[in-house]
Design a binder for this molecule. Structure first.
Ligand SMILES: C[S@@+](CC[C@H](N)C(=O)[O-])C[C@H]1O[C@@H](n2cnc3c(N)ncnc32)[C@H](O)[C@@H]1O
Length: 280
């Protein structure tokens, strides 16, 4: 059962200084929250849905998977436990240290590498069968176009790239608009850039959220093909956490229904996040 309670997000207009050193502020945020991230997110139903989708779409083990912005190993650990050969790659030392601690406790073997998705120089071209990039990592990258081109470079021919990103309209409408900040909402919708601050955590940072068109165009431009963009959270919403309902539903049946509705073109934009699958 989930103990997860979403932290309130506060937004404000993005100032020019927020865009300078954007990567450093994201890193500072995750270094500050690294020790607590697992406890704050444990039991999120949305991560169970993501895990179902990842296992459904990822080619079967044993293959080499690079988990980009893999955080505390929420997906890397179950993948490695199921026979995948997983490297977890993240910009934050503290998130990687937390991943290592959890993986060691669960006796799961992962490879660890620190760095930014925007620059995968330390990773050889054509070296991974698949890459995953889950829960807004591409939104937080300073240059998502370059990051996606880097992912394309390090994948083997026909390699699979799976990710999930924030849907701009869904986030700006549920955050800026619901805070009553109409001009911040307008600005966010025009630029895609948003400044977010979680709960009472001191560091805020910029996120660049996508329309479905912007996401698709960035993936095609980098050379990906066979692209599917799915509305992964269009049934209950990403942050749904009613214990009464989650206790009642048959999860396997729900996951099948979510997979079915995530593919329905007319409802994809109703999802908080877009989930994508494509090939090099
Ligand atoms: C919302 S967390 C998601 C973590 C994990 N993918 C998950 O779903 O549980 C975002 C993660 O991306 C990492 N991150 C942010 N920007 C990054 C970048 N440019 N390169 C690599 N990692 C980055 C953060 O340190 C953090 O661990």
């Amino acid at each position: 059962m989930t103990n997860y309670r979403p932290l309130k997000i506060a937004t404000r207009i993005v100032e020019p200084k927020d865009l300078v050193q954007r990567e450093e502020t994201v890193k500072a945020f995750y270094d500050a929250i690294g020790d607590d991230y697992h406890a704050l997110h444990e039991g999120r139903f949305c991560d169970e849905i993501l895990e179902y989708f990842i296992f459904y779409f990822l080619p079967k083990p044993s293959i080499k998977v690079l988990d980009l912005g893999g955080g505390v190993g929420r997906f890397a650990i179950p993948l490695a436990a199921s026979g995948y050969d997983v490297t977890i790659y993240d910009i934050s030392e503290r998130m990687l240290a937390a991943a290592q601690k959890i993986a060691n406790e669960q006796k799961v073997r992962l490879e660890y590498q620190k760095g930014s998705v925007v620059n995968l120089d330390a990773i050889a071209s054509d070296s991974f069968d698949s890459a995953i990039c889950i829960n807004s990592v591409l939104n937080y990258c300073e240059d998502h176009v370059r990051a996606i081109a880097e992912v394309n470079r390090i994948l083997k021919p026909n390699g699979t790239f799976i990710g999930s990103v924030n849907n701009l309209f869904a986030y700006a409408a549920s955050q800026e608009m619901k805070e009553g900040n109409l001009e911040t909402f307008v600005e966010s919708m025009e630029t895609g850039n948003r400044h977010i601050q979680w709960g009472d955590i001191a560091h805020g940072h910029v996120t660049h959220d996508f329309t479905r068109e912007e996401l698709s165009s960035a993936l095609y431009t980098a050379g990906f093909r066979n692209l599917s963009v799915l509305g992964i959270f269009n049934l209950l919403g990403k942050y749904f956490n009613s214990e009464d309902v989650l206790k009642k539903i048959n999860k396997e049946r729900f996951f099948q229904l979510q997979l079915e509705f995530a593919r329905k073109t007319q409802y994809i934009n109703n999802s908080d996040d877009f989930f994508f699958v494509c090939n090099k």
